[in-house]
Structures are given as C-alpha cells and as structure tokens.
Design a binder for this molecule. Structure first.
Ligand code: TRP
Length: 336
C-alpha cells in the first residue's frame, strides 16, 4: 500500500520526527514545503516530534550567534503555523543528553567513505563560507539519525535534499539491529508533493538569497518585497515556469495562497500586466498570512508560555531518549 494511504488508514502506526535548524525566520517556502504538511499530519492524529536542531546549526556557522532569539522566533513560527504543543512534542536536541549519546554507537556503524559520499553534505561543503570542514559537518547526518531514532520515529517528512540523511538513518537502524538485536524501526522519508516555491527573484525561495517572504513579515514589508520582485517585459501574464520564472513564481505564490490553479490565476490577470499581478499576489499573501500573524502576535505577548512549550517538550523528549538509551545499552551489553 502506498505510504500516503497507510497514513490515512492507520495514523496511529506512525511517529513523525521532523524539524529545522534554527537559522532565522521561517518563510513561505518552509510553509508550503513542510509546515503545512506537519499541521495536516497532526490533524490526522499522527504522533509528532519536532526538533529544533540547535547543535546542527553549528555546521554552517562559526559562531551560533543570538541562538536564543532565533530559537524563540522559530517556536513562534511553529505555533503561528498551527503546530499544537498539546499534540506535538517540540524540543531542542541540545537539551536531550541521551539523544546525543546515541551518536557514539551510531558513528561506529558507518564508514568514513560513506560519510564522504553524502551528496547533501558535499553540496553544503561546496557552498560553505568556512575555510575548513568541521568534524561535525561530516558527521551531522549520523547525528540526525540519532534525532530520528531516539524516539523511534518511523516517518520523516522532508524535502528532497534530506533524503540522503534518511538513507543514513535507515542504514544505522538496520546495522544496529543486525549487530545487537532489534531496537529501532527503519524509518521512511515522506517527500512533500509541493513543488519548489520560487522567491521574489524567480529562484528557489531561501533566506540566504534574500528573496524570501517570512511568515513574520508585516503586511507592509510583504508589499515592499513583492513590489521589488523580478518580472519581465511581456505585459500578458502567463504561467510558464521554464520560460518566465519571475512572473510564474509570483503567479504560483498567489495560487498557493488562494488555493487555486496557477493557470487560472494567470488567465484572470491576462493583459493587466505585472503591476496588477503584484497587487494580486500582495493581497493573496497578506490575506493568507493574516491569521498566522494574529496567532504569532498573541504568543509573542506571552514569552513565558512559549518557553514552557519548549521546556515541556524537552522533558518529554528526555524521558523518551532515556528509555531508548536504556534499551540500547541492554542490547549492547553495557549495563553495569
Ligand atoms: N537537517 C534538517 C534541515 O537542515 C534539520 C533536521 C535536523 C532534521 N534533524 C532532523 C530534519 C531530523 C528531519 C529529521 O532542515
């Protein structure tokens, strides 16, 4: 049975583990790429763990500056997007010692050439601004296996770039079970079917490209970003992603926010030109984000509550990680 179907029939057979590096505000690309999917899985009753990967963030910066503020912002984004702390366990992996301890036996189960072959890590190293590759950079996919396996997560909704890490996780789980006995599930990656969202310059929406619309942006900031978006000289608005990435990216964004077909949105604007397109997009995005902004503002007024969400999640994750580590040590024969 296809994975999607199995989730629909038996949501309680699944435990989802997913999460983000706290590198800055989440944007619409995150929302349509993964957040929306998480909220939907939560609604269907899947047990959900969401990790704030605050150690992994050290892979891509020399100093993790202002991490506390970034983590608080990420929590607000999660809550604004609809993650429900009563149903989802939101936690930071630096706060779960037993999770991190799993990294040690896991590292013994993969070879250095296997780590060197990971295409996502290779790509990140190629684009890294750091002068030398850290040991953490090479091994973070194994750390990510610990993120997933500490709670025996068996379903990991991710983007395509994360699939090599899911493969590492599956390898680690299989090898551990073969060597020491059955402890871990072999998790499955769940690819989101949302196509890549373009930013305001027609390229993939990404914070580092400066083309992203943050979920926390104000209506004015949003309007300004869209006004400055790249279009082309052809007045007639169409949806042709290959030929007209700028215009089509905007059409797509409006269509996603309106829940409509991009071809129809483009046809409706027709000969009215780029200015009309931008007005449509701005209105659609601002209307779409309004309830999220409202929720975000309400939570932002209550920082104590937001911290409690994380503390409660950390405590729940610790309980689960301690239990798994006990099983691991029993299987390995290291209980003294
Ligand atoms: N690597 C993920 C990213 O950069 C974040 C992450 C850390 C993650 N641990 C995870 C995702 C475990 C899924 C499962 O976005």
């Amino acid at each position: 049975m296809p994975l999607d179907e199995r989730i629909r029939v038996a949501p309680h057979d699944f435990r989802v583990l997913t999460g983000d590096r706290p590198t800055g505000p989440l944007h619409l690309g995150h929302y349509f790429g993964t957040l929306r999917n998480r909220v939907e899985l939560q609604r269907r009753g899947v047990d959900m763990f969401v990790i704030v990967a605050d150690y992994q963030v050290l892979t891509d910066r020399d100093v993790a500056d202002r991490l506390v503020e970034t983590v608080d912002g990420l929590l607000l984004d999660y809550l604004a997007a609809g993650l429900d702390p009563d149903r989802a366990t939101i936690f930071a992996h630096s706060a779960v010692p037993a999770l991190n301890q799993l990294l040690l036996p896991f590292l013994s189960l993969v070879s250095v050439p296997e780590l060197q072959r990971n295409p996502t890590v290779k790509d990140e190293i190629a684009h890294s601004r750091q002068s030398a590759v850290s040991g953490l950079m090479f091994t973070y996919p194994v750390h990510q296996a610990a993120d997933i396996l500490f709670c025996k997560g068996n379903l990991v909704p991710v983007g395509q770039d994360q699939m090599p890490h899911i493969e590492v996780t599956r390898t680690v789980a299989r090898r551990f079970n073969e060597r020491y006995g059955p402890v871990f599930p072999v998790p499955e990656g769940l690819l989101s079917d949302a196509p890549v969202l373009a930013g305001t310059d027609g390229r993939k929406m990404s914070k580092s490209r400066g083309n992203a619309i943050a979920l926390s942006a104000t209506p004015d900031e949003t309007a300004r970003l869209i006004r400055a978006a790249t279009t082309d000289a052809d007045r007639h608005i169409t949806y042709e992603p290959e030929r007209r990435p700028g215009v089509s990216g905007l059409v797509h964004l409006a269509a996603l926010c309106l829940g409509r077909d991009p071809q129809d949105v483009a046809a409706e604007i027709g000969n009215a030109g780029a200015a009309a397109l931008k007005r449509t997009v701005t209105e659609a995005v601002n209307e779409f984000l309004a309830p999220m902004r409202e929720r975000r503002a309400a939570y932002a007024k209550d920082p104590g509550f937001v911290r409690d969400v994380l503390r409660t999640g950390n405590a729940r994750a610790c309980e689960m990680a301690d239990q798994t580590l006990r099983e691991v040590r029993e299987a390995m024969g290291t209980v003294y």
